[in-house]
Design a binder for this molecule. Structure first.
Ligand SMILES: Nc1ncnc2c1ncn2[C@@H]1O[C@H](COP(=O)(O)OP(=O)(O)O)[C@@H](O)[C@H]1O
Ligand SMILES: [Mg+2]
Length: 241
């Protein structure tokens, strides 16, 4: 069955408790992302982007509100169900790569496949993912033997090796120079179209956001403009003056 909306949220609120007082971090977030859509999430530092991404990934829970991914409500799942959901449905990439430093590129990519019943298949699938991100010649390198761009490509392969439907990326190019950023975004976009992924990418980079199908802008724990309104062309203003 083809699901029309891959991600649907309804009035997500997230509060932290600070000195016994509730501190609102997300203040009523509602939006939908269609299956196969590529959405950029922008907004100033501290506006709640990472918190929102963590909730969509099932890493964090909202204080209230609903989050449906592929039609499943994830907010009322047990920890075990959420772990399963993260492993099956979601790939996530962070700014700081988050590779395990003592494991090779191949071992890092293979790690999320620990529950795979067939070790041989798990290894082949991991090698294939590394090939798809252009790292077939780096399989046995440790993270510190790889450049930043290569480490992020390993992280992308690891995020996608379980064939999730949704890729979430939190400033994936935030630690990379501009030409490496372009290469990494190109790989994310190639994977998006090749694997028919739904992707949500947090970014500060306007040139990356401009490539998305749609941009959601956060401000102070809310969506500033869920559906951006085009300003009227200047000549309309002139004609009505
Ligand atoms: N564990 C935490 N403890 C206290 N405050 C937090 C914590 N995590 C996030 N915050 C606060 O929540 C707000 C949103 O943070 P975050 O989601 O990281 O924003 P962004 O990713 O847009 O920079 C910020 O004001 C931040 O200081
Ligand atoms: Mg952040």
């Amino acid at each position: 069955m083809q699901i029309e909306n891959m991600v649907e949220t309804d009035d997500i609120q997230r509060e932290l408790t600070s000195n016994g007082r509730g501190l609102p971090i997300l203040r009523g977030i509602s939006f939908s992302v269609m299956s196969g859509e590529w959405v950029a999430l922008t907004g100033p530092s501290g506006s709640g982007k990472s918190t929102l991404l963590g909730i969509l990934a099932g890493i964090d829970r909202p204080t209230s509100g609903s989050v449906r991914v592929a039609g499943f409500e994830i907010t009322n799942q047990t920890e075990g169900q959420l772990a399963h959901f993260r492993n099956e449905m979601i790939g996530i990439v962070f700014q700081s790569f988050n590779l395990i430093s003592t494991m090779t590129a191949l071992e890092n990519v293979e790690a999320p496949m620990y529950i795979h019943p067939n070790r041989r298949e798990a290894r082949d699938q991991s090698m294939d993912m590394l090939r798809q991100v252009g790292l077939s010649d780096r399989l046995h390198h440790l993270p510190h033997q790889l450049s930043g761009g290569e480490q992020q490509r390993v992280a992308i392969a690891r995020a996608l090796v379980t064939r999730p439907q949704v890729l979430l990326a939190d400033e994936p190019t935030g630690n990379l120079d501009s030409s490496t950023s372009k290469q990494v975004m190109q790989i994310i976009e190639d994977m998006h179209s090749r694997l028919k992924l739904t992707i949500i990418v947090v970014t500060h980079d306007a040139s990356i956001a401009a490539r998305a199908d749609r941009c959601l802008h956060m401000m102070d724990g809310k969506l500033a403009s869920p559906e951006p309104v085009q300003p009227p062309p200047l000549y309309f203003k002139k004609a009505s003056a």
